[in-house]
Design a protein around this ligand. Structure first.
Ligand SMILES: Nc1ncnc2c1ncn2[C@@H]1O[C@H](COP(=O)(O)OP(=O)(O)OP(=O)(O)O)[C@@H](O)[C@H]1O
Ligand SMILES: [Mg+2]
Length: 290
């Protein structure tokens, strides 16, 4: 079998020259931004940013505060439109008019401050906005049993064994809520899953759980965009790392091309951190603190 004919994860296990062929073997990206720019008034939030999202792959977007990460996902999510460059879905030039349109095209976005109703049961949140009904016309009503059963089995399929899907979603931990949101996107047939800093507010253990579900979504064949500040989290699951700095691309590397310590160095700003360390050393201690 040649590298061109392989798809998905097979290509990663090959060595040497075959790795170079892997990009070609991935085929048309589900979503692709090329040279995209975005202005807010006269603030340039993004300039010349490119990123591919392939089925069964995780593209990580890393960058400091204000780097343009949220702006980037708002464009992919249909909330904002780009000013120049191209945005393709399955190779077709696209300009999304609304988040609903993005969803219809298979792009699901999970925001950090998840749009959940904390007091509603888990199953209710799982189906929010897409509730199945039974019966017809004036006799139609929500198919509650089905929603309960489906929520339980779908979460189980992702490895989350929730004893009681009737508990308010607000009682779940932050990590569990992220997992429910991911399971929901998979269930409703998303092809591309965009996650804005899903591990930002989580401890080590919960972050691990969320990353496991991100990997599960990838294994289910979705293309994933994972926004994060954390190079360690990115490196655990990422296939490609897109680095943003003040709205511009500071690099785009396949995992094979970039070691973790190099990614960490680039993220921490390398020389900037050294400079800061010098400054901190030299700072005189104010008298009242002595
Ligand atoms: N609606 C807006 N109007 C004007 N400027 C904006 C708007 N949204 C973002 N910006 C500016 O665009 C730049 C990029 O912001 P963005 O929110 O995309 O950064 P970010 O990488 O997500 O940062 P953070 O890590 O803090 O979430 C910032 O300088 C920000 O002030
Ligand atoms: Mg942001």
């Amino acid at each position: 079998m040649t590298a061109e004919k392989t798809t998905g994860k097979d290509t990663e296990e090959q060595v040497g020259g075959a790795v170079q062929d892997a990009a070609a073997a991935e085929g048309t990206p589900l979503v692709e931004l090329s040279d995209v720019s975005k202005l807010y008034g006269n603030i340039r939030a993004l300039e010349g940013v490119s990123l591919p999202v392939h089925a069964g792959r995780i593209t990580c977007v890393l960058g400091d505060n204000g780097a343009g990460k949220s702006t980037l996902i708002k464009i992919i999510a249909g909330l904002h439109q780009h000013d120049s460059g191209s945005f393709r879905i399955n190779g077709e030039e696209t300009r999304l008019g609304s988040p609903r349109e993005a969803l219809d095209r298979g792009i699901a976005t999970v925001y950090q401050d998840l749009a959940v109703v904390p007091l509603m049961p888990v199953w209710r949140n799982f189906f929010l906005g897409s509730e199945p009904v039974k019966g017809r016309g004036p006799f139609s009503r929500l198919d509650v049993d089905r929603m309960r059963r489906t929520t339980h089995s779908e979460l189980l399929r992702m490895g989350i064994d929730l004893r009681d899907v009737d508990q308010p979603i607000g009682t779940l931990s932050g990590g569990e809520r992220q997992c429910v949101a991911i399971a929901r996107a998979v269930y409703f047939g998303a092809k591309v899953l965009v996650l804005d800093e899903p591990t930002a507010a989580l401890g080590v253990k919960q972050s691990g759980v969320v990353l496991k579900y991100v990997a599960a979504a990838r294994d289910a064949g979705l293309g994933v965009v994972l926004i994060t500040h954390n190079p360690h989290h990115a490196y655990l699951v990422g296939d490609r790392f897109v680095l943003l700095k003040r709205g511009a691309m500071a690099g785009s590397h396949r995992k094979e091309e970039l070691a973790l310590d190099e990614l960490t160095r680039q993220m921490s700003g390398g020389s900037e951190l050294e400079q800061l360390s010098h400054e901190l050393e030299r700072a005189p201690v104010p008298q009242h603190l002595e």
